[in-house]
Design a protein. Structure first.
Length: 393
C-alpha cells in the first residue's frame, strides 16, 4: 500500500485536500488568508446559503432537541423525513419519492429492482455510483458505447434474443465528466420498441436544464420519458447530504421495504431533512435561482470561447471541461491556478461577474505563461473514467 501511495505521489497527480480555514457563504478562504473563487461546488443553485434553508436547519435542532435518530429510517421514520419526501414528489409531479442518506446509496435501488432474470444495459461513462450499484445486482449486465444509440439498440436486440424478463437502460442524464446529455426522445423510442425501462441519474441536469430546471425530460420538452429517476440533494437542491428516487407509489413502496441500501443505513440528521424540505419549497416558489445559474453558465462559457478555449458539453450544462491537452499539462495548470487531458468546472448561481472575469483572465495568463496548450488529437472527445463501466462485465 505504501509503494502504491508513493507511486501516485510521484506521478504528479497527487492532490492534497484543499486546506481552507473558513467558508463564508459562497466563498472559500484559505489558511493563507486569501479568498478563493468557488468553481468546484456541485451546489449549482447555492440554496445552501439561502436564509430560509439555514433557518430551517437551526429550527429543526430546536424542535427535536436532537441532531438525529441514530437508526435506519425504515425502523423509525420522523415526520420531517416524510415531509421532505412529500416535497420532493410534489416538485417532480411524482406519485412517491424515497430519500436516502446519499445517492451512492440511492442508486443501489437497482439491486432490488433487477433480478437474476433481468438485464441491465449501462452507458460506458456512467457515474461511479451507478457502476457500483449495478455490480451489486444479480441481473445480467452489458455496456453500450457512450451515447451510442445504435450500439444500445444492438444490446437491446441481444437481450430480447436471450429471453430476459425485464431490461433496464441505465444512464446519466447529463454526464458529470463533460456536460454531455442523452437524447431522451430517441432513447424512449428504443425503450418502447424493445419493452425496456429507462433509469436516469439526473443529478447534473436537475436544477440546471429545462425551462424550470426540472432536468433532462423537461430540456427536451417531454414528461415521463424516464421511467425511474434518481437525484442528489447534494447538488442543485441544497448541497445537503442525501439522494432520492421517485416514481410510482407501488415501486417506491417496494424499494422502501426491500432495498438493503435504504434499510441498513442510518437516517439523515433532522437538519438535513428540514433543509431538503425547505429547499424544495423554494424551488417551487422562486424560479429566479435557475435563471441566474443559466445566465452565469452562458456568461462564463461565452467568455472562454471568445478567448479561443475548447469546451465540452451542451450550452446550458453547469458542469463542463476545458480541453487542455496531455494529463501532465492539466496537472500543471491546476497548480498554477491555485497560486486552476481536461479541467472540470462547476458554475453556480451565486458567482459574480467579477469573479468569472478573474477566472477567464487567469486561464488566459496560464496559457500564455505555458506557451499555449498542446493540441489534442480528435478534439473534444468524451472523457473516459478511470473506473469505467466496462469493468461491469
Amino acid at each position: 500500500m505504501s509503494q502504491k501511495l508513493q507511486a501516485y505521489k510521484d506521478s504528479g497527480w497527487w492532490h492534497q485536500t484543499f486546506d481552507y480555514a473558513k467558508m463564508k457563504g459562497k466563498d472559500f478562504y484559505g489558511s493563507d488568508g486569501n479568498r478563493y473563487v468557488n468553481m468546484i461546488s456541485n451546489c449549482y443553485l447555492m440554496l445552501n446559503t439561502h436564509p430560509r434553508v439555514m433557518a430551517a436547519a437551526k429550527q429543526a435542532v430546536d424542535e427535536y432537541q436532537s441532531v438525529s435518530i441514530g437508526i435506519s429510517a425504515k425502523v423509525l421514520g420522523l415526520d420531517v423525513h416524510r415531509e421532505a419526501e412529500e416535497a420532493i414528489a410534489k416538485y417532480h409531479n411524482a406519485e412517491e419519492a424515497i430519500l436516502y442518506s446519499s445517492l451512492f446509496h440511492g442508486n443501489g435501488f437497482i439491486e432490488t429492482a433487477a433480478t437474476d432474470k433481468d438485464l441491465i444495459i449501462s452507458d460506458a461513462e456512467n457515474h461511479t455510483s451507478l457502476i457500483y450499484a449495478i455490480r451489486t445486482a444479480k441481473a445480467k449486465k452489458v455496456v453500450y458505447k457512450h451515447l451510442d444509440l445504435e450500439d444500445l439498440e444492438a444490446k437491446l436486440i441481444e437481450g430480447r434474443n436471450r429471453g430476459v424478463e425485464n431490461i433496464f437502460i441505465v444512464t446519466d442524464g447529463i454526464f458529470s465528466m463533460d456536460g454531455s446529455v442523452i437524447d431522451i426522445i430517441k432513447m424512449r423510442k428504443l425503450a418502447d420498441k424493445y419493452d425496456a425501462l429507462i433509469v436516469n441519474d439526473d443529478c447534473h441536469a436537475f436544477g440546471v436544464i429545462g425551462e424550470t430546471g426540472r432536468g433532462t425530460d423537461e430540456h427536451f420538452g417531454v414528461e415521463g420519458y424516464s421511467d425511474i429517476i434518481t437525484n442528489s440533494t447534494g447538488k442543485a437542491a441544497c448541497g445537503s447530504p442525501g439522494g432520492y428516487v421517485y416514481g410510482t407509489e407501488d415501486f417506491i413502496t417496494y424499494v422502501r421495504h426491500f432495498n438493503r441500501h435504504y434499510i441498513m443505513t442510518t437516517a439523515l440528521s433532522v437538519c438535513d431533512y428540514a433543509i431538503v424540505r425547505e429547499a424544495f419549497k423554494i424551488l417551487m416558489e422562486e424560479p429566479e435561482h435557475v435563471q441566474m445559474l443559466r445566465k452565469n453558465v452562458h456568461y462564463i462559457k461565452d467568455g472562454l470561447l471568445s478567448e479561443g478555449f475548447d469546451i465540452t458539453g451542451i450550452k446550458d450544462s453547469g458542469v463542463f471541461c476545458i480541453i487542455i491537452g496531455p494529463e501532465d499539462t492539466t496537472s500543471e495548470i491546476h497548480r498554477r491556478l491555485l497560486r486552476t487531458s481536461r479541467l472540470r468546472l462547476n458554475v453556480n448561481a451565486k458567482i459574480v461577474k467579477e469573479d468569472m472575469d478573474k477566472f477567464i483572465e487567469a486561464m488566459v495568463k496560464v496559457r500564455k505563461d505555458m506557451g499555449g496548450f498542446p493540441e489534442v488529437l480528435g478534439g473534444a472527445t468524451p472523457v473516459t473514467r478511470g473506473d469505467s463501466a466496462k469493468k461491469l462485465i
